[in-house]
Write a protein that binds this ligand. Structure first.
Ligand code: AMP
Ligand code: ZN
Length: 467
């Protein structure tokens, strides 16, 4: 049984999907605001979500995940104006860079990456706002903007655990981000003003643009339905963003929007949150220019428990590099031994699967990696003493490949030398001719040369066994 910490109840709860068959899981993850290159703090959040998705899949769930791109808000509009270019031209390179960075970090792409400015989503935002006004949950103010009336939703504050009586909400807030001390009715639709330039859409309340919070409510419910299993983000999203999402969506649907809210702690630098606004940030590109690889950054960002703040340091990255070298050397060693195997003998560690049991416990990655490195130490010792048979090594390799479907820590793909390409081609032909014996012989031949060949629905993949 998987247990996950719910921000709403502040406790770890057994995970049970909404799907009556217990298989499909709907997950919404707040994506980047594309006004700059995402920094590695943002990627800590996306990597925690990747670990969550991959572990759920390891346990047999089918995850449908949506990640939005916020391509219209106060910050993107300001950026476009400063550069004197249309909003879409301003955000495009940051969107492209984001997808490149996701691939570098081996983050599994979401099923959909809706952009807030897609006409279908703008239409849904407008429809939701109209519905909220009709039900008395929202109103148009003198400034022509439309605001959510927080007094109309008694549960407002339930996610962030706010006591509204103490905070005494008053007035209205028009900006998307504010502290809880400034709590008030928040903007759903912002009337057009001169600072917005040509960024505007027609609406029943005049020209304007959506607030950031209604964007996520509309994209989440539009693509995944009225009820979600899990909604994720960084802790800074809890208030006001996710609190507002709950209020807007639940007032439209009359149902509980999200069963499980999960938030990751911040990536810090010298004790402060890594943030674009603080200027204390590193980008993936910057780290790659310094010689660090995507998988090293992946490792360092997801190897600490997601609910603990993580201090980013270069010593941490160096530690990731040596941990990966250990894993690579071990994998190469068992691969070489497995090359002589006639069959596969399941390794006892696979049945025990301490790794997955640790992840079942609110994604306890530190314990999971601890179990993996214990296995590395023990099996290295067994190989030193000649106590691991090729068949057991093959079984161990099979188990490692399963674990690696969660971890994705294999060495970077290298270019394929011509003699290897020939072997691969021969194997592809053998498979096409259903000559399985020949195909297996060629697979072993490739292994002897240090290449692992893997077949899946997506096709055949060749990876280097060593570094
Ligand atoms: P933003 O682009 O600022 O809207 O942030 C995108 C995502 O990254 C959100 O889920 C944030 O909560 C998360 N995030 C931003 N800064 C950090 C940080 N320093 N550490 C972890 N997550 C962060
Ligand atoms: Zn969001």
């Amino acid at each position: 049984m998987i247990r996950l910490h719910n921000t709403l109840t502040r406790s770890a709860e057994p995970f049970v999907p909404l799907d009556p068959e217990g298989k499909k899981v709907k997950v919404y993850t707040c994506g980047p605001t594309v006004y700059n290159h995402a920094h590695i703090g943002n990627f800590r959040a996306y990597l925690f979500e990747d670990l969550l998705q991959r572990h759920l899949e390891y346990r047999g769930f089918e995850v449908e995940r949506v990640m939005n791109l916020t391509d219209v808000d106060d910050k993107t509009i300001r950026g476009a104006r400063e550069h004197g270019i249309p909003l879409a031209d301003f955000t495009k390179p940051f969107k492209d860079a984001f997808f490149e960075d996701l691939a570098t970090l081996r983050i599994k792409p979401a099923n959909a990456f809706p952009a807030a400015t897609d006409p279908e989503h703008i239409a849904r935002m407008i429809a939701m706002i109209a519905q909220l006004i009709a039900a008395g949950h929202a109103y148009q103010a003198d400034d022509q903007s439309v605001y959510f009336r927080i007094a109309s939703f008694p549960a407002y504050g339930k996610l962030a655990h706010l006591n509204l009586e103490e905070l005494r909400p008053s007035g209205r807030v028009s900006s998307d981000e504010y502290e809880k001390e400034n709590i008030g009715d928040f903007a759903l639709w912002k009337a057009h003003d001169a600072a917005d330039g040509d960024v505007k859409w027609d609406s029943p309340w005049g020209p304007g643009r959506p607030g950031w919070h209604i964007e996520c409510s509309a994209m989440a419910s539009g693509l995944l339905g009225d009820r979600l299993d899990i909604h994720c983000g960084g802790v800074d999203n809890i208030f006001p963003h996710h609190e507002a999402e709950i209020a807007q969506t639940e007032c439209c649907t009359g149902q509980t929007f999200v069963n499980l809210w999960m938030h990751c702690a911040h990536l810090m630098v010298d004790g402060r949150k890594m943030a674009k606004s603080a200027g204390n940030f590193y980008t993936l590109r910057g780290l790659r220019d310094k010689g660090w690889s995507g998988r090293e950054v992946r490792y360092v960002l997801f190897s600490a428990h997601y609910r603990l703040p993580l201090n980013f340091t270069f010593e941490g990255l160096a530690g990731a590099r040596s941990a990966l070298q250990r894993l690579d050397a071990w994998q190469q060693r068992i691969t070489e031994l497995a090359a002589a195997a006639e069959s596969s003998t399941p390794h006892p560690a696979a049945a025990e699967d301490k790794f997955a049991a640790a992840l079942d416990d609110d994604l306890n990655i530190s314990a999971a990696l601890g179990a993996l490195f214990d296995l590395v130490r023990d099996t290295n010792r067994a190989m030193d003493q000649g106590e691991l048979s090729p068949e057991q090594a093959r079984g161990l390799l099979d188990y490692w490949e399963r674990l690696n479907s969660v971890l994705r820590l294999e060495p970077e793909a290298a270019t394929i030398p011509p003699d290897i390409a020939v072997l691969l081609e021969q194997r592809t032909n053998a498979r096409a001719a259903k000559d399985w014996a020949k195909s297996d012989t060629l697979r072993d031949e490739l292994l002897k040369h240090g290449w692992v060949v893997k077949d899946s629905k997506e096709g055949t993949k060749l990876t280097r066994t060593g570094a």
